[in-house]
Write a protein that binds this ligand. Structure first.
Ligand SMILES: [Zn+2]
Length: 61
């Protein structure tokens, strides 16, 4: 599967929030935010084929 398609499925609508150095491959790891809520939605490294969704709503404090 193409990496962008994977991002569409896992993260949905997104805008780039920031780009950092990936701790694994040392290339770009991108943090995304939801354009509607402006909250961080996840991060991804296309070089590692890595996507993580942040699910803050499920965190109980
Ligand atoms: Zn990486």
């Amino acid at each position: 599967m193409h990496f962008e398609n994977l991002l569409d499925i896992v993260l949905g609508k997104r805008e780039v929030l920031s780009i950092i150095e990936c701790p694994v491959c040392e290339l770009e790891e991108i943090y995304y935010k939801d354009p509607a809520t402006n909250k961080q939605t996840g991060r991804a490294c296309s070089h590692c084929n890595f996507v993580q969704k942040f699910d803050f709503d499920s965190v109980k404090s």
